[in-house]
Design a binder for this molecule. Sequence first.
Ligand SMILES: O=C(O)c1cccc(C(=O)CC[C@H]2O[C@@H](n3cnc4c(=O)[nH]cnc43)[C@H](O)[C@@H]2O)c1
Length: 205
Amino acid sequence: MDLLAAGVGPAAAAVGTATALTAAALRAEPYGLVVSAGIAGGVLPVAPVGSVVVADAIVAADLGAEGPTGFLSVRELGFGVCVHRPPHDLVTRVARALGAVSGAVLTVSTATGTARTARARAERHPDAVAEAMEGFGVAEAAAGHGVPALEVRAVSNPVGPRDRDAWRIGTALDALAEAFAALPPHLGVTVTHAPAPPPSPVESG
Ligand SMILES: O=C(O)c1cccc(C(=O)CC[C@H]2O[C@@H](n3cnc4c(=O)[nH]cnc43)[C@H](O)[C@@H]2O)c1
């Protein structure tokens, strides 16, 4: 299992993921799974701060155009996909193992900051449990390489009017670390850590 910090937003996430997947393919050591992980805004009441979510759909929620009747996705415009669906069995297994909520996780380039945007996105995506800014970029890169993608997030803040005092990034990172410690056997991988260096000799005398 390798860890890549690709940056914030769908473009940085796609570039970082595609580069890593290409490099691995050229080494003839292709990856079998990509996991987009991080913190997220949670949709209340299903995904409160500190909860973990697993995406059953990774949705590009603001990639498209505005029309007179509202937002039109790239799929509605006829030139792309706006949803990637991770393998259903894997989502079910991982969500159960982590005690996580599963549902659609929206990828946005502009984080929700008003009740009006939160309402519009909830109306368009009633199955959404969270939003973040990278999942769809990761999933597009993975799809381009024929590799399945998962998205696992820990909730740092509620989706809604911008309120930085309500953010609990430490709580979310603790929950994410706990989830990732439990994850490997459910992905069918074993994690090996480099052995700790020996303690430096203590001089006596
Ligand atoms: O200052 C703000 O209003 C603000 C709004 C959204 C995100 C940020 C960040 O600095 C974190 C970006 C980082 O965190 C993920 N994230 C966490 N919560 C949300 C959210 O409610 N909506 C979208 N993204 C979120 C995101 O994936 C980025 O990696 C600041």
